[in-house]
Design a protein around this ligand. Structure first.
Ligand code: ADP
Length: 402
């Protein structure tokens, strides 16, 4: 019987999953899928590696589809499509590990309660991530449940990179720059360690540019600073999130526009960034295809903020040996990447524009003081690897979670 690690990324209205076989210490991706429309008309789609896509609407005759029902559908599908497999571990993407969780954990009733207590720090993500954990405990009761945190990779930041200039009591209460996208950064750094060990020991910036976007400065394998802060709103503009914003703007919206916390949350998380600026779309491909000035402005703002942050993080690192572009935009958007990396020769980044146009792995010129790479990130694989590693170290633990 094949041993499988299942990864779950549960959001408010969707659950993404992957199944990876573990044998002789190696992970082999078997399938990827997702359930969309949780809480409403839910659809299931999944694809076995190298196989056909399966898609259908979930039967909701008796109840609205919730996370538990979504995972039951995954189990039913796996019984048919991956028959003979045995789920030994379920790895969960959990956005927030707070100040204390600096590595993945086997979920117990006790630490589950600690993760619940962090919900106010990430109200749009953490409750749904944990609904996914609780659902998986019921659906896969014999499997170990492992929580992998987006914040963990950044947990050894020096105090200066973790604090705001507020009275110390706020830091002590947990108002810190947590940083996110840690699973992506960790995955990229592992690839780098394997493929470019000398660069991996140096000063590296990873640009994770997808729907969510941030940069991370890594030195000798450790995150030393990130553009994201207390929440995943800060730093770069994103698909729908504003990125860096003077807090005075929020005070103005409250005092003068009488906007409530919910209205401001909606504005800053869902209606700003590329979508808000362009008034058209959160999707970079749509903006590149559009002739509208507002689309051009949104792209130009995105590019200019990424360039500023590259400069800032390079100053933190005191130099730059390698820059890695990843995420949907970083991996594919040739022209956006070009606009970010051009006119940086003075700074040591010399790009081979033909290599850039072909999305090659190495896009810097031979001899460029800073090596520029495009690497594909794979957060699911990082979660599966963490889960497998944890299972290798400790016996699976199956706590009851209520
Ligand atoms: P998520 O953060 O949701 O995982 P992705 O990493 O998939 O998102 O990135 C999605 C973004 O990548 C979108 O803005 C999309 O337009 C952009 N993108 C994907 N492919 C291309 C491409 N070929 N050219 C330009 N942008 C692209």
């Amino acid at each position: 019987m094949a041993d499988i690690i299942l990864t779950i990324n549960a959001g408010s209205s969707s659950v993404k999953f992957s199944a990876q076989q573990i044998a002789e210490g190696k992970l082999t991706p078997l399938a990827l899928g997702q359930i969309d429309g949780i809480g409403g008309r839910a659809t299931f789609s999944a694809k076995k590696t190298g196989g056909e896509k399966t898609e259908f609407e979930l039967d909701q005759t008796h109840a609205r589809i919730d996370h538990r029902m979504a995972l039951s559908a995954v189990l039913d599908w796996m019984d048919g499509a991956l028959s003979g497999s045995n789920v030994v571990g379920v790895g969960h993407r959990v956005v927030h590990g707070g100040p204390n969780f600096s590595q993945p954990i086997l979920v117990t009733a006790e630490n589950f309660a600690a993760l619940k207590a962090l919900e106010p720090l990430a109200p749009l993500h953490q409750p749904y991530n944990l609904a996914g954990v609780a659902a998986a405990v019921e659906t896969f009761p014999k499997a170990a449940q492992v929580a992998c945190f987006d914040t963990a990779f950044h947990r050894r930041h020096p105090f200066i990179a973790d604090t705001y200039a507020l009275p110390r009591k706020y830091y002590d209460e947990g108002v810190r720059r947590y940083g996110f996208h840690g699973l992506s950064y960790e995955f990229i750094h592992r690839i780098l360690r394997y493929e470019e060990p000398v660069l991996a020991r140096g000063k590296v910036i990873v640009a994770h540019l997808g729907n969510g976007a941030s940069l991370c400065a890594i030195e000798a394998g450790k995150s030393v600073a990130s553009t994201m802060g207390f929440t995943a709103l800060d730093g770069l503009p994103m698909g729908t999130r504003c990125g860096q914003l003077d807090p005075g703007v929020v005070l103005y919206l409250m005092a003068e526009k009488k906007m409530t916390a919910d209205q401001i949350t909606d504005l800053l998380y869902r209606n700003s960034g590329l979508k808000g600026m362009s008034g058209l779309s959160n999707d970079m491909r749509d903006l590149e295809a559009s002739g509208e000035q507002s689309a051009k402005d949104a792209i130009a703002y995105f590019v200019s903020r990424v360039r500023r942050e590259i400069g800032g993080l390079s100053a933190v690192l005191g130099g730059l040996d390698c820059i890695v572009m990843t995420g949907g935009i970083g991996e594919n958007a040739v022209n956006v990447r070009k606009a970010i990396l051009e006119k940086m020769e003075w700074f040591g980044i010399q790009i081979d524009w033909d290599a850039n146009a072909r999305n090659e792995r190495v896009i810097s010129e031979k001899g460029s003081p800073t090596v520029a790479l495009i690497l594909k990130t794979d957060e699911e694989r990082m979660i599966a690897a963490h889960t497998a590693e944890l299972l290798g170290l400790k016996q699976p633990l199956v706590p009851a979670i209520s």
